[in-house]
Design a protein around this ligand. Structure first.
Ligand code: ATP
Ligand code: MG
Ligand code: MG
Ligand code: MG
Length: 431
């Protein structure tokens, strides 16, 4: 019976078949040890010359790192083994034995070398743990929306309307239509969908030609965006803190072993629950100035500013009411002070930076036209978006959560590039 390593404990005393790859192996005259990995874990296989055929023992000795193989044997309880079990082999069947050394076989390869071999690096234990945490984050996101009555709307990748700043767009030639762009966000489409379905979300890749190299920016990254009709900014803040707390809890409940393996300080994650602290942009500027930052009211924050703000709190912190001019065209002005908008950035603790950008959206037709002009955007590309303000316009709000930023924070990764299977960065699109 074919079983996976993670399920071996349920099969103690039974004869099983394992399919996988050689993690490490060593042998002497009478005994061979194979550490077999199958994507769900690693188990030690013991091959004794005295209890297998000569063929099987010779096969076991021939194996080298990352050979593929099938093993048949008995599951034995073994307290000293990781996972508490080992396999006593009856048969070892090599499927393919590499002719060269596996390229990743040292503890000290450079990050460039590892990224050049990303297709093989994925087989490492560390990457296996990170990808399991990524999977848990994505499952947690979907489950949250499922439980809260949201409909998933898949927004397009090709778009004619700019959703964020014009500075980091990818242009594509699109048949007779001319220039279109890869989506920086699906927000505008979600706004249309929330007027049809009420509570909607998306989950998928977005693209930004980020020219700066930071440990928080990818060129292709995943976003989860949500948009809700009739939500004002206060409702939006609550939705964000509930979502983020839910994701963290879901990962703690379903992927704790992977967090432990990465030596993540779990106690920090256990503190993440609503409500999250809030400060206004104006208060944040004062705080930064007091700490010696050279920042003026009106500037957007970069990574260093965000890290300093986050230091004051154990939980993610909402920075609210940014200056209108520092943010995108679609944000609703604060009725009490039209120089700032009803928006927030959610900054993760421990220096992981902005994980969410959010706002209430402008729902007044004339005000939106005014803003499009102020931002020098082509009104005709937004005809359909303006229609949403002509037919039953209502206040509505939403946000975009950076999936890899969230993973980097939860898993405690130094750099965002490990949070996605095949990262696209300024200087890398291969493999
Ligand atoms: P930043 O200020 O860090 O550049 P942003 O304000 O430009 O981010 P938004 O337009 O608010 O980003 O996008 C929503 C979320 O998407 C961000 O809060 C962040 O978590 C994530 N994000 C934005 N740009 C990137 C990127 N280049 N790589 C990875 N995640 C990103
Ligand atoms: Mg940016
Ligand atoms: Mg930002
Ligand atoms: Mg933002």
């Amino acid at each position: 019976m074919w079983v996976y390593v993670k399920d071996l404990k349920k099969h103690i005393g039974q004869e099983v078949e394992l399919k996988g790859w050689v993690w490490r192996s060593r042998s002497s005259g009478k005994i061979a040890f194979i550490n077999l990995r199958d994507g769900t874990g690693i188990v030690q296989v013991v091959v004794e010359a005295s209890s297998v055929s000569t063929d099987t023992f010779q096969n076991a000795k021939k194996l080298r790192m990352e050979s593929s193989l099938i093993v048949k044997g008995t599951v034995k309880e073994e307290a000293r083994a990781p996972g508490g079990v080992e396999i006593h082999a009856k048969e070892v069947i090599p499927l393919q034995i590499p002719k060269e050394d596996f390229p990743i076989n040292k503890p000290d390869h450079s990050i460039e070398y590892l990224m050049d071999h990303r297709h093989l690096w994925l087989r490492s234990r560390r990457q296996m743990h990170i990808l399991n945490i990524r999977d848990a984050v994505l499952k947690g996101i979907r489950k949250f929306y499922w439980e809260n009555g949201f409909i998933q709307i898949d927004t397009p990748i090709f778009t004619g309307a700019i959703g964020e700043s014009a500075g980091n767009l990818f242009e594509i030639d699109y048949f007779d239509y001319g220039k279109v762009y890869l989506a920086q966000t699906g927000q505008l489409y979600l706004e249309a969908a929330c007027m049809a379905l009420g509570k909607v979300y998306n989950l998928g890749p977005t693209f930004r030609a980020e020219k700066s190299k930071t440990r928080r920016h990818l060129i292709e990254f995943w976003m989860n965006e949500a948009e809700v009709a009739f939500y004002e900014h206060e409702d939006n803040l609550k939705l964000q803190e509930n979502l983020v707390s839910y994701i963290v809890k879901f990962v703690l409940e379903n992927a704790a072993e992977h967090l432990h393996a990465l030596k993540r300080d779990i106690s920090k994650l256990e503190k993440i629950e609503p409500p999250f602290p809030r400060i206004t942009y104006t208060e944040a500027v004062k705080l930064l100035q007091k700490k010696g930052f050279n920042i003026q009211w009106g500037d957007d924050f970069g990574g260093d500013e965000e890290t300093e703000i986050a230091k004051q709190f154990e939980k993610p912190v909402f920075v609210t009411h940014y200056p209108r001019k520092a943010k995108a065209f679609y944000m609703q002005p604060d009725p009490e002070n039209p120089d700032v908008v009803l928006c927030d950035d959610l900054i993760a603790p421990e220096g992981y930076g902005e994980i969410i950008g959010a706002s209430q959206r402008i729902h007044d037709y004339n005000l939106l036209i005014e803003r499009l002009k102020e931002f020098n955007l082509p009104i005709d590309a937004y005809d359909w978006y303006l229609d949403l303000r002509k037919f039953g316009s209502v206040p509505h709000s939403g946000f975009g959560l950076g999936v890899e930023r969230t993973i980097a924070w939860i898993a405690g990764l130094e750099h965002i590039r490990e949070a996605i299977p095949f990262p696209r960065t300024l200087y890398r699109i291969h493999p």
